[in-house]
Design a protein around this ligand. Sequence first.
Ligand code: ADP
Ligand code: MG
Length: 235
Amino acid sequence: MLEVKNLDVAYGRIQVIWNLSLNIGNNEVVGVFGPNGAGKSTLINAIVGVVKAKSGEITFDGVPIHNQETHTIARGGIVVVPQNRELFPAMTVKENLRLGAAYIPHARAKMDETIEYVYSLFPILKEREKQLAGTMSGGQQRMLVIGRALMSRPKMLILDEPSLGLQPSLVTEMFQILNRIKQDDMVILLAEQNVRQGLKVIDRGYVMENGRIAMEGSIEELSEDEHIRRAYLGV
Ligand SMILES: Nc1ncnc2c1ncn2[C@@H]1O[C@H](COP(=O)(O)OP(=O)(O)O)[C@@H](O)[C@H]1O
Ligand SMILES: [Mg+2]
């Protein structure tokens, strides 16, 4: 579904992604793990056209997207839940959700149905649908951003460190919800520093270090690798 080939990305003269290739198949949940500064967010921004690739190729369903505008890529079915919450704090929970579907015709047509789906994933959002988004707790706002992303009925959901900054009990809940979204056949790219939790959701993963793919493999290969065990799993 998504194929990144030989991607180089630089901010000005500073290159932060080097000859990176990865792919995500239909119905796959793929992890991109790596420490802070590895280049995970930059990779995501390159996929959705927020930063332009210096060289390389990105295709989605066979269509080159590395020269497309961000809104065109979004309409093509890729949605990102960014690392920083981007809500409309002075609008209600429900208004924020509706906005997720507003600009995508096929999503707008199914708005009511999708809201019910999102409420089934996140009952707290239904309880608080009339509350202003800015008054929700950090964890609830994170859930709202994911809910809003789902409202666009994406073909692929990209999550940039969904567990970052959440208290431990919410981290567990977050990954349980991601597992449910996965069971509903969503294709997911999950960028995470929390490898231990991430391994519970993914089908396959890459480890990114210093802007390069350091390793790729199955859950078993990653969790048994000596370097990964020491650097990310603390065992
Ligand atoms: N807008 C930017 N301008 C310049 N350098 C940046 C910018 N954003 C990120 N970087 C640098 O690029 C590298 C990768 O960052 P990032 O993609 O945010 O990594 P990660 O998401 O894995 O933490 C880091 O060295 C970071 O300092
Ligand atoms: Mg990041």
